[in-house]
Design a binder for this molecule. Structure first.
Ligand code: NCD
Length: 313
């Protein structure tokens, strides 16, 4: 049977529920676009599939990497981008999410990229409007494009994720990155485990098909990929561990703890980094780290998604 070549869904709100072929379509397109991008020397990228298309970046929560990554991705493909941030919009005058989106929809964009502090806001929006939508992170729910770029980066370095042991470390309870990655990695057949302070572990996490480690050094021994997370203090009512120093001692990656890693293991982090807390500077920039590749691949993977969702044939 011929491999699926098209994106079958209108929007991308979550990785939960995507089929393996849905995921592979995106990863394959990203590989093709990366090859084209690296081989291109001219002034205008030849694959201008978003020419005449308008992408609206609707960010109700701060972002550096993700917003600029979406913007760059759309521009590389020849698209127009309208950046809309909550601080400079009528949201500060009390306009609701729905009204804002309805008004933007009346301007006839081709794609909305939405980040919101409330879990579920992008899903709600996608049901209210007809424009295709990409969730760029909603509260502690999901961050699907981050998971896509992470899997793409793992496969670039280590081949297929199927059967690989991916260890996610830190504040699992408040992390949309962890959730999206768990769903996507499990769909592709990876072995996923989590490790972190019990107070930052969601109840019944095992139900997602992951194993839980309570000892970081032990967990690192068998990991092919280590994904470090930032402590999401903005999503906690109060700090759920004694001190940052203590956190770092038990759950941080540093020159000493990486001694437990396999030779070919890779270290990832979605950013922003809290250097000296979950990861030391030398480890973040050291030989195991693929963090800058994640950032580079973020643009490529978002190009692939936009190309599949709203690009010209
Ligand atoms: C993450 C996010 O905002 O969810 N960062 C990102 O998008 N690159 C992770 C985080 O904030 O810790």
């Amino acid at each position: 049977m011929a491999a699926q070549r098209v994106w079958r869904n209108r929007s991308l709100v979550q990785t939960l529920g995507l089929s393996e072929s849905d995921v592979r379509v995106v990863l394959t397109r990203a590989q093709e676009l990366k090859k084209m991008w690296l081989g291109w020397k001219g002034s205008e990228f030849p694959h201008a599939s978003l020419k005449g298309r308008t992408v609206v970046n609707l960010f109700f929560e701060s972002s550096t990497r993700t917003r600029s990554s979406f913007e760059l991705a759309a521009r590389r493909l020849g698209g127009d981008v309208l950046n809309f941030t909550a601080e400079t919009s009528s949201v500060t005058k009390g306009e609701t999410l729905f009204d804002t989106a309805r008004n933007l929809e009346a301007m006839e964009p081709d794609l909305l990229v939405v980040r919101h502090a409330s879990a579920g806001a992008p899903l709600q929006l996608s049901k209210m409007i007809k424009v295709p939508l990409i969730n760029a992170g909603d509260g502690f729910h999901e961050h699907p494009t981050q998971a896509f770029l992470d899997v793409f980066t793992i496969e670039e370095h280590r081949g297929t994720v199927k059967g690989r042991h991916v260890l996610i470390v830190g504040d699992i309870a408040h992390s949309r990155v962890a959730r999206s990655n768990i769903y996507l990695l499990k769909t592709l057949g990876a072995r996923v485990s989590v490790c972190g302070p019990p107070s930052l572990m969601p109840p019944s996490i095992e139900k997602l098909g992951v194993s839980v480690f309570h000892d970081l050094r032990k967990a690192l021994e068998s990991a092919d990929v280590v994904m470090m997370l930032r402590i999401q203090l903005e999503r906690q009512n109060q700090m759920q561990f004694p001190s940052l120093g203590e956190y770092s001692k038990f759950w941080g990656l540093n020159a000493e703890t990486i001694g437990s890693l396999k030779e070919k293991a890779i270290i990832m982090h979605p950013g922003p980094l809290n250097e000296g807390v979950e990861i030391s500077q030398d480890v973040a920039t050291g030989s195991y780290s693929v963090i800058m590749d994640q950032v580079r691949n973020g643009v490529i993977v978002r190009m692939a998604l936009m190309d599949l969702m709203v690009g010209h044939d």
